[in-house]
Design a protein around this ligand. Structure first.
Ligand SMILES: *[C@@H]1O[C@H](CO)[C@@H](O)[C@H](O)[C@H]1NC(C)=O
Ligand SMILES: *[C@@H]1O[C@H](CO)[C@@H](O)[C@H](O)[C@H]1NC(C)=O
Ligand SMILES: *[C@@H]1O[C@H](CO)[C@@H](O)[C@H](O)[C@H]1NC(C)=O
Length: 271
């Protein structure tokens, strides 16, 4: 593919994800309780790493919220409308799984579902099983984490590289990831010289991106995130992966995303 084709694809992609982006607007829906949906690895592949999210509850989302994996790691505030049994604050969750049952937008396991209840009403709430809720997408907050990547077991050293993004803060979707060998640093100027030869990675699923012919490390990364305002590049300040990256290791990008989605909606605030 020529540069132009790649670029047009990229614009189209930006436009599509832009159009599909959910936002801070309040939506009406339902949430169901499932005793079996505790913290398994889930369709997004996070496993226990999802628990680093401040507020710490996980949820399975409908295909509308999961969005073919783009919605993995998005955070939501869910509030049940039955004020007799539910607290007004609701609960904050991170999307870690897909539940394609189509009857509800969210399926919550025990801790998250019970956290919506007023004191002493947990059992009553679970008995109801399915609740009318309103929800909105909120920024994810990771107070003590930078955006990071974990090298996945599907990587084949040294050329096939698969990375999973963890701890993505803010309220954005990641729509493109590029990787390059770290360009040389001029010691006198302490500045990078030469242009990195960026190559694009493909989304395997959810937060996992891969490239079959990765450059030789150390490797730099840059990403495009969208949040209802087109796209913006996020750059890791230095090499993220060492030349000898190892599967199972987590590498810190030294940056965090804090962008808030910009979108106008009719109902922005809770009533
Ligand atoms: C989806 O959620 C329902 C509860 O609403 C649960 O019974 C079912 O097992 C879930 N399906 C999957 C694939 O997790
Ligand atoms: C859920 O909805 C999607 C799209 O409307 C459809 O493709 C899918 O088959 C539905 N799943 C179930 C379990 O009904
Ligand atoms: C995040 O990255 C910054 C800049 O590289 C660094 O100073 C900070 O220690 C990192 N924070 C954590 C929690 O690792």
């Amino acid at each position: 593919m020529g540069g132009h084709t790649v670029f047009s694809f990229f614009l189209l992609f930006l436009f599509l994800s832009y159009a599909a982006a959910r936002d801070r607007c309040v939506h009406q829906s339902k949430a169901a309780y499932s005793s079996s949906s505790g913290l398994s690895v889930g369709a997004c592949g996070y496993g226990s790493m999802a628990l680093a999210f401040d507020g710490g509850y996980t949820a399975a989302g409908s295909s509308t919220l999961h969005r073919g994996g783009v919605g993995c790691g998005a955070c939501f505030q869910i509030r049940c409308k039955n004020t007799r049994v539910c607290r007004a604050e609701g609960v904050s969750v991170i999307l870690t799984d897909l539940n394609g049952s189509n009857h509800t937008d969210f399926v919550l396991g025990d801790p998250a579902f019970a956290a919506m209840a007023r004191n002493g009403k947990e059992q009553e709430l679970k008995k109801l099983g399915i609740l009318d809720v309103e929800y909105k997408r909120i920024p994810c907050e990771y107070k003590n984490r930078n955006l990071s990547v974990r090298v996945e077991e599907s990587s084949r050293s040294p050329r096939h590289l698969a990375i999973k993004f963890l701890y993505q803060g803010g309220q954005t979707d990641m729509v493109a990831v590029d990787v390059a060998q770290e360009s040389l640093r001029c010691i006198v100027l302490n500045r990078q010289v030469g242009t990195p030869n960026w190559r694009f990675m493909r989304r395997d699923y959810g937060p996992v991106w891969s490239i079959s012919r990765a450059p030789v490390g150390p490797l730099q990364l840059r990403m495009v995130v969208t949040g209802g305002y087109g796209g913006r590049w996020v750059w890791a300040q230095k090499a993220v992966l060492p030349a000898e990256w190892t599967t199972g290791s987590v590498y810190d990008l030294g940056v965090q995303i804090t962008d808030i989605a910009q979108e106008s909606c009719r109902v922005e605030e809770w009533k």
